[in-house]
Ligand binder design. Structure first.
Ligand SMILES: Cc1cc2nc3c(=O)[nH]c(=O)nc-3n(C[C@H](O)[C@H](O)[C@H](O)COP(=O)(O)O)c2cc1C
Length: 197
């Protein structure tokens, strides 16, 4: 069975650090057999403010369909003014009601310039995900002092932090394999290989 993972980057700033951290997570997903990765970018999507008509409704419909088709989702947000970024909130607000994220396992990644890390943005993401019926994973990966952790080319300068960031990918796949994917195949039942309760 193929596992489809959609990721969303909540920063649209040129040269943003959230994308650098997310790239490590993407690299980790790409190493996993059977995982199809769909990284989504918010710049260029022209998401409408809630309640206003979309300039390109087809693009928004496609955005919703792509998220709806995911087995699991990874949301990566920078910490902006003690919370999630406005592009990330706008993306979630454009995922419909009921949300296309409902029922999806969601891995959380937060990136902050400050020393306390992305505590508030990851907690906000967790609360929003729970509110809309998504399943945020217990471990949210929060990166502090991000501008010292990566160089300008996006190389991670700290091996321990890199391992921790990559964990956001493994976590999601472990959850999907252990909790979401069916453990019993129909074929096994039909062949009588599964004992009845
Ligand atoms: C509007 C704005 C607000 C910010 N507020 C915070 C903050 O509250 N705490 C913090 O640690 N860093 C804050 N930052 C710095 C970001 O965390 C920093 O830019 C970091 O690199 C992640 O954002 P990026 O992915 O856009 O690069 C802020 C940056 C911007 C642009």
């Amino acid at each position: 069975m193929s596992i489809k993972i959609v990721t969303l980057c909540g920063s649209v700033r040129p040269g943003n650090y959230t994308a650098m951290a997310l790239e490590l997570v993407h690299d980790e997903f790409r190493k996993m057999p059977g995982v199809e990765l769909i990284p989504l970018r918010l710049d260029g999507l022209e998401l409408p403010l809630p309640g206003l008509p979309a300039k390109n409704p087809d693009a928004i419909a496609q955005f919703q369909e792509t998220v709806a088709s995911a087995t699991g989702v990874l949301l990566a947000s920078p910490e902006y003014h003690g919370g999630i970024s406005s592009p990330m909130k706008l993306a979630i607000d454009n995922l419909g009601f009921p949300s296309k994220l409902a029922g999806k396992p969601v891995s959380l990644l937060g990136v902050a310039a400050g020393t306390i890390g992305a505590i508030k943005s990851t907690e906000q993401l967790r609360a929003i995900c729970a509110h809309i019926g998504a399943v945020p994973l217990p471990l949210a990966v929060s990166v502090a002092n991000v501008q010292q952790v990566f160089d300008a080319e996006g190389h991670c300068l700290d091996a321990g932090t890199e391992k921790y960031i990559r964990r956001a990918a493994r976590n999601l796949i472990d959850y999907i394999n252990d909790a979401v994917c069916p453990k019993v195949s129909l074929e096994a039942i039909l062949r009588g290989q599964v004992e009845e309760d």
